[in-house]
Design a protein around this ligand. Structure first.
Ligand code: NJP
Length: 246
């Protein structure tokens, strides 16, 4: 399906996968709505998109705040007239070993990685139901398939996103024509690991230097693939890892 003039909100659009996805979808003709907390970065990305002939709107917001999502949907409708898609991509990964009891970081991951996704869905759903269709793409992780050291809470949040996506699909796709996809990437070269404070995990990360990673554009292409299918096709899951990763 052609993305021309479809309006898609992308959370976590200020860097990494979200930024690459915004640029890709805009280059395919979509109106993209860039949501994150870093307004300056979003404005720079919007300028780049517009320089290349695309259309973008910046709405700074925190996905943990329902009012920020409501504001994003309202500004989107005011500017472009509808909301056709939501990419719940914002996320954090402050990995730590459980015995360090970094409980604040656990709660932040639950708030952003899980509740942020729920807030996004709650904000767009009434419009999509009225429109009799839409696309919801949730960025989960290979962490939904397997645990890795220091990832107990992160893996739990991404498992929740994967299973929530399946529930959404079963309840919304046949009844309302809202297609739902869970994207499950392996390692991607982004600043995601910058939030790690556990020194033991940081040491482990040094051992992983040199490991092959995907580029954010690889995930953007997977998201574009899911979005551009004919309406009758629902891509349930995209599990995408570097070719030398087990
Ligand atoms: O990371 P990064 P990625 N409210 O750090 C935003 C998943 N994933 O692109 O608010 C709103 O470049 C933050 O923006 P800002 C991962 O779990 C990745 O890799 O300005 N936005 C930034 O734009 C995540 O779900 C890998 O700080 C908030 C964005 O989130 C998604 O991919 C592997 C926010 C993070 O961008 C994108 O992450 C995998 C808030 N409260 C899954 N908090 C990987 N990179 O290897 C953060 O399996 N953001």
């Amino acid at each position: 399906m052609n993305l021309k003039d479809r309006t898609i909100i992308i959370t976590g659009a200020s860097s990494g996968i979200g930024e690459a996805t915004a640029k890709k979808l805009a280059s395919e003709g979509a109106n993209v709505v860039l949501m994150a907390r870093s307004k300056d970065k979003l404005n720079t990305i919007k300028d780049t998109i517009e320089t290349h002939g695309g259309k973008a709107l910046v709405v700074d917001g925190d996905v943990t705040k329902t009012s920020d999502f409501e504001n994003a949907v309202s500004k989107t409708v005011d500017t472009f007239g509808s909301v056709d898609g939501l990419i719940n991509n914002a996320g954090l990964m402050p990995l730590s070993y459980i015995n360090k009891l970094k409980t604040e970081e656990w709660h932040t991951m639950v708030d952003v990685n899980i509740k942020g996704v729920l807030n996004g869905v709650a904000a767009v759903l009434p419009k999509m139901i009225d429109n009799k269709g839409g696309d919801i793409i949730n960025v989960s992780s290979m962490a939904a398939h397997r645990y890795f050291p220091g990832g107990a809470v992160y893996c739990a949040t991404k498992s929740a996103v994967k299973m929530f996506s399946e529930g959404l699909r079963q309840e919304l796709t046949p009844k309302y024509g809202i297609n739902v996809t869970s994207i499950e990437p392996g390692a991607v070269a982004t600043p995601l690991t910058d939030t790690i404070t556990d020194e033991d995990i940081k040491d482990n990360m040094k051992d992983m230097m040199g490991m092959t990673t995907l580029e954010p554009e690889d995930i953007a292409n997977a998201i574009h693939y899911a979005l551009s299918q004919p309406k009758r096709v629902n891509i349930n899951d995209v599990y995408i890892v570097p070719s030398d990763q087990q």
